[in-house]
Design a protein around this ligand. Structure first.
Ligand SMILES: [Zn+2]
Length: 289
């Protein structure tokens, strides 16, 4: 049944300009899933619904159905999440989280768990207290779990070993494989690269150091409020970040321009950092001669 006039709390996951002054919004709600609405005059600086209809705002909306469309009659901010725009990395990651939520939700399909996860992630990003990549990875794995794609993380899917020395995430099958079973199956492990097993089946196997596996197991089980209450660093953190991203992208079977933009930025930052290091070492060499 199509919704008529409703009052609903919603996260703005997408905003598109429409005409000179209006916007078309996609709202994520617990009760009705995704809703497309027209916000008349919302782009005018004098509009009283300017703030509540901005991307990433969590607001209460009074919606009215007229013809085939839902219109915003009134709106008020519950949580603006205004710090998500403090830097461009945070902005891209926020957009990516919103994009994944869009993908995981449908119209007239309740989306309470996805909405709660998005809000939780936005609170964490907005606070600036957590590493960006950690929030992103925890969101990715938990979002996959909410969508019913949680990988089986307890034992090697082939031999049942619980404490194998070297474990890999079989991304496409959502399971673990120990290095012994990979070797027995005639497969070769090339870290992070697509390889084929003895039957020629394409696989993506990503190495999971014990710290990375422990973090993934934690995220699968943790209460939402404690989702980020774990520590991870160094090589385990890098492996964990890679595994969570590959896993959700593989299961959604698509990429996201917001994520690509984030990675471009990351590459650029790395380049600048390396360039600065090279500059310093060149200068050192100069002074030695
Ligand atoms: Zn095994």
């Amino acid at each position: 049944m199509a919704v008529r006039d409703i009052s609903v709390d919603a996260l703005v996951v997408r905003e598109l300009p429409h005409g000179d002054h209006d916007k078309i919004l996609t709202l994520l709600t617990a009760e009705h899933g995704r809703i497309s609405v027209i916000a008349k005059g919302a782009r005018s600086v004098r509009s009283r619904i300017l703030a509540p209809t901005r991307a990433f705002a969590y607001s209460n909306f009074e919606l009215h159905r007229k013809g085939d469309f839902m219109w915003v009659r009134d709106a008020s901010v519950i949580e603006a999440f205004s710090s998500l725009e403090r830097d461009i990395e945070t902005l891209y990651i926020s957009q990516y989280i919103a994009d994944v939520c869009y993908e995981l939700s449908g119209e007239n399909v309740p989306a309470e768990s996805v909405l709660r996860l998005a809000l939780n992630s936005f609170f964490a990003l907005n606070s600036g207290r957590y590493e960006l990549k950690k929030v992103k990875a925890a969101f990715e794995l938990r979002a996959a779990a909410e969508a019913g794609y949680l990988p089986e993380l307890s034992t090697c899917a082939s031999c049942g070993a619980t404490n194998a020395d070297a474990v890999y995430l079989d991304v496409m099958n959502g399971s673990l494989k120990c290095s012994e079973c990979i070797a027995k199956g005639g497969g070769a492990v090339a870290d992070g690269e697509m390889i084929a097993d003895a039957f020629g089946t394409r696989r993506i196997l990503l190495p999971l150091p014990s710290g990375a596996l422990a973090a993934m197991r934690y995220i699968a089980e943790a209460p939402l409020k404690r989702l980020l209450a774990f520590e991870i660093s160094g090589g385990a953190a890098e492996a964990f970040f890679d595994a969570c991203e590959s896993y959700i992208l593989n299961h959604l079977e698509r990429g996201f321009s917001s994520l690509n933009q984030y990675h471009e930025l990351e590459k650029l930052a790395k380049k600048i950092k390396t360039g600065q290091k090279n500059d310093v070492s060149t200068r050192k060499n100069d002074s030695n001669t």
